[in-house]
Ligand binder design. Structure first.
Ligand SMILES: [Cu+2]
Length: 471
């Protein structure tokens, strides 16, 4: 863990904190907690609470949980809104805005009934605020600039304080110049664990969280275009794109919870292979048991959180992705014409004499995109790729892999590598004789006229609707 603990007082490490506290003056302890920064974009291990009530902590995909300090019975956190450099995938960095060194900001974890104080320091060039999406709180703590508070000017620090009244999954984001600040990556997750056994909140072995976000960064550029409303070219989970998104590594037989919040401008149907899950909660709270049904895809609409659970009882490397196929792609213009079926290899050879880098894409579909030696600008990610054990996975964007292994240890989140399929359990190439397909005698009559067979032409009578001038 490479959390940069500039002051270990804030780490909440029980014994260390007590020793340090003895030698620190009352004035120093009354000061606001030193901010903790994160420099590593990898998935950090869960932060097991060392003070306050115990709970089973979450794991933030390609993210981390913010340490706190206990101060007179109050859980104190320090968020710093600031420009950050986020590695969105290996070889591709974006200049975003975020919190404490990363975009999204760190996950905040508390327990139902906790009194929470969050210091927010603004190091952005313009004012900001923090809205605590979904929380029950005093109106003046809701963080809406102009409505419930003045904006936090650059260089200033504001204090938010409220009791985490209901357990659940929440988000935080600015409510100030919102379009710009969210397009730049300012957002984070907030988990309030139940204080006791809750009839609608089950204990789980693994609890993953991530935010759905989207950016528009031109290939070779570093800063998102903030005016984009629909045509984003980077569809990310926690500001990471496949193959930069870590896999979700679990043990066979684990009960797994995934919580995903959507702060993009469109919906994302999240689809899991090989298992069925139930949606157990939304930002509004736990779902009544009678309102749960099995799914393999759940749509997460704009501004929503969906929390779903399943038993990971099938070993393997299971794809887990947004089912909008354009959202499992990385940066590339959408102005690429469909070339399937167009034979132009000869033409390319001629043009290549004049323009050496010239290439025509996708005359046999687009799978060959992953093999092409297309020169990419310095700072971007391939449109689709990600090496699997059998070649390119041909994916990008909102895609990851659920890795279920009997050999994974409890609480171990390390990547077990690729799945070794048991003999006889994998699709394989047929090398025997292939018989002509049997056809129905009536085939082709209604849909595809078969000109290959003489005497089978069909007469079609078209009856035009009365008064309709067209066809
Ligand atoms: Cu999507």
């Amino acid at each position: 863990m490479t959390t940069n603990r500039r002051n270990f007082l804030v780490s909440g490490a029980g014994a260390g904190m007590a020793v340090a506290a003895a030698g620190v003056s009352r004035v120093a302890m009354a000061a606001l907690p030193e901010p903790v920064l994160q420099t590593n974009p990898a998935t950090m291990p869960p932060l097991v609470p060392s003070t306050g009530r115990a709970y089973n902590p979450v794991v933030t995909l390609n993210g981390w949980t913010l340490p706190w300090r206990m101060h007179n019975g109050v859980k104190e956190f320090h968020l710093v809104a600031e420009p950050v450099v986020r590695e969105m995938a290996p070889g591709f960095k974006a200049h975003l805005w975020g919190y404490n060194g990363q975009s999204p900001g760190p996950t905040i974890e508390v327990v139902e009934g906790d009194r929470v104080r969050v210091f927010v320091t603004n190091k952005l060039p313009e004012h900001t605020s923090v809205h605590w999406h979904g929380q029950r709180l005093p109106n003046g703590m809701d963080g809406v600039t102009g409505l419930t508070q003045p904006g936090i000017s650059p260089g200033k620090t504001f204090v938010y304080e409220f009791v985490a009244r209901r357990p659940g999954t929440f988000m935080y984001h600015p409510h100030a110049d919102e379009m710009v600040q969210m397009a730049m990556g300012m957002m984070g997750f907030w988990i309030t664990h139940p204080k006791a056994k809750h009839p609608l909140i089950d204990e789980v072995d693994r609890d993953f969280v991530f935010l759905l976000n989207a950016y528009d960064v031109e290939p070779g550029a570093y800063t998102p275009k903030i005016m984009t409303m629909l045509e984003f070219n980077l569809w990310s989970w926690n500001s990471r794109i496949f193959p930069g998104i870590d896999s979700l590594n679990v043990r066979k037989g684990d009960k797994v919870r995934i919580r995903a919040g959507n702060l993009t401008m469109t919906n994302h149907p999240l689809h899991l292979h090989g298992h069925e899950f139930v949606v157990t909660g939304t930002d509004g709270g736990p779902t009544p048991k009678a309102a749960r049904w099995p799914e393999v895809t759940t749509d997460v609409a704009v501004g929503q959180m969906r929390q779903f659970e399943f038993l990971a009882d099938e070993e393997g490397d299971w794809a887990f992705h947004c089912h909008k196929s354009h959202h499992t792609m990385n940066a590339m213009g959408h102005g690429v014409p469909t070339m399937i079926g167009v034979e132009h290899r000869g033409v390319v050879r001629e043009i290549a004499k004049l323009i050496p880098d010239y290439m025509v894409m996708s005359e046999r579909g687009m799978a060959d995109m992953t093999e092409m030696q297309m020169p990419l600008p310095d700072n971007t990610a391939a449109m689709m790729g990600g090496e699997g054990p059998f070649g390119s996975v041909e994916m990008g964007g909102m895609f990851s892999v659920l890795k279920v292994r009997a050999s994974q240890k409890a609480g171990d989140y390390t990547d077990p590598g690729w799945y070794a399929h048991p003999k006889g359990s994998q699709a394989f190439e047929w090398t025997g004789a292939i018989a002509e397909p049997a056809r129905f005698a009536s085939e082709g009559r209604n849909s595809m006229p078969s000109h290959a067979v003489p005497g089978t032409e069909i007469e079609v009578q078209v009856r035009k609707p009365k008064g309709h001038a067209g066809h």
